[in-house]
Design a protein around this ligand. Structure first.
Ligand code: NI
Length: 382
């Protein structure tokens, strides 16, 4: 009992430290050092990868079993914190507004508890403290190493401000979207604003392309498949009396399945090219793939729900999100499951008033330990 209280105190203290010291993607130097210090003091081995930020720790069980990984992301956001918490951000304009400080604390708690149960642990657990999740490409830094080579399955967690402490959101199948970016350049021919007949105005062509792109979800994608496009930037020209040479459109496409993702890219090229041509202009499309959709493996989702109930959590269906998470890059290699942990209802993630209820930390760590130590469910059962 005393031991549990001590751990709770430590985890809360660490969580507050990370919350006070948020660092942006790929700048998580102090965060990484603090994680390293805590793990080292806890007698936990850190693998000798030369990562600029982030690290991978390992706990080896004394019984034979699988190699599993747990991903905890560690970066913060360029958000100005607007809470009255006594441990609010001490770094102006930066905030742990996505709960990654909670992920770190839960991951550290899990590592410490696991290393105290090595004799009962079957197999090995690699704890990945990952940088740069908010860029949606940080997972690739970890995947550049050989850390995943022997890993058979991976678990991911995320703070969930839509559920109370004691509730876990889990579902099988797609839970977060592929997050791709595009830039379309429409080229016409600049001329005097008073003589559009002397040139080719790229502005109406760009406007027509935006209208056309919106029809992809309505006319090309299966109505039962979640998909969306947001054109978030339209830019053309410098002044009031010159028709510009070119116009630029930028934005994001979110899809849940692979076929729709490819379909969207193909239709974007057709619509942009065809529409521009109809206006006498030209369009080039740059498609910049981000992270794929996050997919919860059926067996792992089933197991995580079973263990959650054994631990006294109430389990609710995980809300699918058109947001992305680079956790999916790991899942391109091995099965994974991404679990939402209730951290108290309140402002949603990425908001300046977002906060995590500290009472969620220790139960999350204990749940992860139980999950990592439970034998796999036999095939066909979940
Ligand atoms: Ni996040």
């Amino acid at each position: 009992m005393q031991e549990t209280e001590n751990l709770q105190k430590k985890l809360t203290g660490w969580f507050e430290w990370f919350h006070r010291h948020p660092e942006l993607s790929y700048e998580e130097y102090h965060t990484t050092e603090k994680i390293r210090e805590i793990l080292t003091q806890g007698g936990i081995r850190i693998l000798p990868y030369e990562l600029e930020t982030g690290l991978v720790a390992i706990v080896e069980g004394e019984k034979p079993g699988p190699v599993q990984a747990l991903r905890c992301d560690i970066d913060a956001l360029p958000v100005k914190e607007e809470t009255d918490l006594p441990y609010r951000s001490e770094c102006p304009g930066k905030m742990h507004a996505c709960g990654h400080d909670f992920h770190i604390a839960a991951g550290l708690g899990c590592a410490i508890l696991l290393s105290g149960h090595k004799s009962e642990l079957a197999g090995t657990v690699k704890l990945i403290f990952q940088p740069g999740e908010e860029t949606s490409l940080g997972a690739l830094k970890i995947l550049e190493t050989d850390v995943m080579e022997d890993v058979e399955l991976i678990w991911g967690i995320h703070a969930d401000p839509t559920n109370e402490v004691g509730t876990l959101g889990i579902r099988e199948g797609y839970v977060a979207a592929a997050a791709d970016r595009f830039v379309i350049t429409v080229t016409g021919q600049g001329c005097h604003g008073a003589h559009p007949d002397d040139g080719i105005d790229p502005v109406p062509a760009a406007a027509a392309i935006v209208q056309g792109l919106w029809t992809v979800t309505a006319r090309n994608i299966n109505a039962f498949h979640p998909a969306l496009i947001s054109v978030t930037r339209m830019q053309a020209g410098q002044t009031w009396n010159v028709i510009p040479e070119s116009a630029e459109l930028e934005g994001t496409v979110r899809t849940m399945n692979r076929e729709d993702r490819a379909l969207f890219e193909r239709r974007m090229r057709e619509i942009a090219g065809g529409t521009a041509a109809a206006y006498g202009a030209r369009a080039s499309v740059e498609w910049l793939p981000g992270s794929p959709a996050v997919y919860n493996d059926e067996r792992l989702a089933g197991k995580s729900m079973r263990v959650a109930r054994e631990c006294g959590f109430s389990v609710v269906p995980e809300e699918s999100s058109m947001g992305g998470d680079d956790f999916s890059f790991y899942e391109e290699r091995i099965p994974g499951c991404y679990i939402k942990i209730g951290t108290g209802k309140g402002p949603t993630i990425h908001q300046p008033a977002f906060r995590v209820d500290k009472r969620a930390i220790l139960p999350a760590a204990e749940y992860l330990v139980r999950l990592l130590m439970s034998p796999s469910d036999p095939a066909g059962q979940s």
